[in-house]
Design a protein around this ligand. Sequence first.
Ligand SMILES: NC(=O)c1ccc[n+]([C@@H]2O[C@H](COP(=O)([O-])OP(=O)(O)OC[C@H]3O[C@@H](n4cnc5c(N)ncnc54)[C@H](O)[C@@H]3O)[C@@H](O)[C@H]2O)c1
Length: 261
Amino acid sequence: MYDLNSEFKDKVCLITGGSSGIGRGIAIDFGKAGAKVIVADIQEKSKIGKYHDTDIKTTTSEEIKKNGGISEFFECDCSDEKSINGLISHIENKYGKLDILVNNAGMHIPGTIEDISVKEWDKVVNLNLRGIFLLSKKSIGMLKQSKSGRIINIASIHAFHGVLGPAYAPSKSAVVNLTKNIAITLGKYNITANCICPGYIETPIQDYNTQKEISDYKKTLPLNRFGKPSDIANAVLFFASNKSDWITGAYLIVDGGDSAS
Ligand SMILES: NC(=O)c1ccc[n+]([C@@H]2O[C@H](COP(=O)([O-])OP(=O)(O)OC[C@H]3O[C@@H](n4cnc5c(N)ncnc54)[C@H](O)[C@@H]3O)[C@@H](O)[C@H]2O)c1
C-alpha cells in the first residue's frame, strides 16, 4: 500500500456499489487514506456470497469508521437518473465538492443472446454503462471545482473478449471507450478519467459459477490466485493520486496475468 495519507485528507470520494465486494474494498482503502467516503448503493448491507465474502458482519461505512475514517452510506440506484440526482444534490449540499468519483457499481446476468430477455439486457446495460454516463455527467460541476478531479471506472477484462454474454461484456467494452471520451472532453478542467479492467476478484458477483468452474479456472492463472478487492483498490488509489497526474484515458488490466495468454 502506498503512503498517500496526507494527499487524500479532505478529499471527498464517491464510490458506487460500495457496500460489497470490490467497491467495499476500494471504499475501505480510501477511508484508511483519510478521504471522506460516500458509499452509494441500492443496499447498505454487504452482500453475502456463496464462495467469497461469506461472513461479512459490518457495513462498509461501519468498517471505515472502525478504522478511524469518515464515511456515510447514501441509498442510490445508479441506473436511475432521479436517484442519481438525489445523490449529487446530497453531496453538493453536505460537502460542497467532489474530488474523486469511482464508478464501480455493476452487475452480470448470465445467459446467451438466445435466452437473455430484453428486460435483463436493459437492466445490465443501464447500470454498467448508462449509470457511468449519468454519474460522470452530473459530477462534472463539482469535479471541475476540485483542483484535480478524478473519474475512475471499473470495467472488466471481459471488455476485450466475447465470452460473458451479450450484455455484460459489451457494456464493459463501452466503459473503456466512454472513459476515453470523458478523458478527452474533461482534460481541459484537469479532470482525469481512467479505467480498471479486473480479472476474477473474490466477491459475491461470482455466485453464478459452480465450484468446479472456479477451481478449474484458478489453475489457469499465472499467479495462481484470484484477486482480492484490495488488489483493485491499490490501482484505484493510484489513479486517484497525484502519481497519475499525467495519465488519462487509460485502462489498466489487473488480473494476475489472466489475459496475458
Ligand atoms: N468480481 C470480479 O471478478 C469482477 C471482475 C471484473 C469486473 N468486475 C466489476 O467490478 C464491479 C464490482 O463488482 P463486484 O464483484 O464487487 O460485485 P458485487 O456483486 O460483489 O457488488 C456489487 C455492488 O453493487 C451494488 N449494486 C448493484 N446494483 C446497483 C445499483 N443499481 N445501484 C447501485 N449499486 C448497485 C450491489 O448492491 C453491490 O453492493 C462491477 O462493475 C463488476 O462488473 C468485477
